[in-house]
Design a protein around this ligand. Structure first.
Ligand code: PMP
Length: 287
């Protein structure tokens, strides 16, 4: 069945939603995005995503063409029109479509930005069977650009990373730079050693995950010890547990790295508890 999507203020069937061949999102990956999860028909951490969107736009010298309240209205309208109980809302804003291709940014007064929002229905996001089994990751070199803190639509390398992982029988890849793990292709990466949760500190090297911020906060509130520091892939393989976080996976156990099982090769107690706490606390705050 065709979805109803949002394009520049209008709700329309997905097959009728068209953008220009000159759109800079298409020609130059000149756009930013957010993915917000939906549980029980409600948005998880919506304001966190909007804050990061504002920051991404600011860092790329782009205006914010739509208010938080209008975005919330559009997200809710799409949830309702498409009957989403569990799923994801994808939002993308590009620098728009000047009437030619040019490296120079167009004058924002003359070129309106493009805003696209669509839903992805994902029943089983909450009760994800993968969370009970855990996932397998491989390591690959991180060859992305130096501003990974900006959530741009340049996702070619992450996409290639997932394909490399798939070819090797794994579920995802962790990227490694100068020996240290940066993050997963579309998630933040963590290990657990002697009860301590270890994850790379925030910088331009990684995306500032909205799920990461919530998980670390809830973990600390539950008296769990959190260390924000670099860790090597060797340290990860020797960890008691490992996991990833993102808006689409929440807290997902990692049970194997580069073919090496962690601990008993099944999700451990820390990650299992963190997933439960995250889901419970996030649902309480959902809007
Ligand atoms: N890192 C990268 C590279 C990502 O693409 C994502 C998700 N888009 C994340 C981390 C996780 O961010 P969030 O928790 O906000 O989904």
């Amino acid at each position: 069945m065709s979805r109803t999507v949002y394009l520049n203020g209008t709700y329309l069937p997905e097959e009728d939603a068209k953008i220009s061949i000159f759109d800079r999102g298409f020609l130059m990956a000149d756009g930013v995005y957010e993915v917000t999860s939906v549980l029980d028909g409600m948005l998880i951490d919506f304001d966190g995503h909007i804050k990061r969107l504002d920051r991404s736009l600011y860092e790329l010298d782009m205006r914010n063409p739509i208010s938080r309240d209008d975005l919330l209205k559009a997200h809710r309208e799409l949830i309702s029109l498409n009957g989403i109980k569990e799923g994801l809302i994808y939002l993308q804003i590009t620098r728009g479509a000047p009437n030619d291709r040019d490296f120079i940014f167009p004058d924002p007064d003359e070129t309106p930005q493009t805003i696209v929002i669509f839903t992805q229905n994902k029943p089983g996001l909450y009760d994800n069977p993968a969370a009970k089994k855990g996932i397998k990751v491989i390591s690959i070199e991180d060859i992305r650009w130096g501003r990974r803190d900006i959530k741009t639509v340049q996702l070619l390398y992450p996409s290639m990373g997932k394909m490399i992982a798939k070819k090797q029988g794994a579920d995802d890849a962790w990227m490694v730079e100068d020996g240290a793990v940066t993050e997963g292709t579309s998630n933040n990466a963590y290990i657990v050693k002697d009860g301590k949760i270890i994850t790379r500190a925030l910088s331009n090297d990684i995306l500032h995950g909205i799920t990461r911020a919530a998980v670390l906060r809830f973990g600390k509130e539950a008296q769990m010890q959190v260390l924000e520091r670099d860790f090597t892939i060797e340290e990860a393989k020797d960890a008691d547990e490992a996991f990833i976080t993102s808006a689409s996976t929440f807290v997902m156990p990692v049970v194997e790295i580069d073919g090496q099982p962690l601990g008993a090769g099944t999700p451990g107690p820390v990650v299992t508890r963190l997933r439960d706490i995250y889901l419970e606390e996030s649902l309480k705050r959902a809007i």
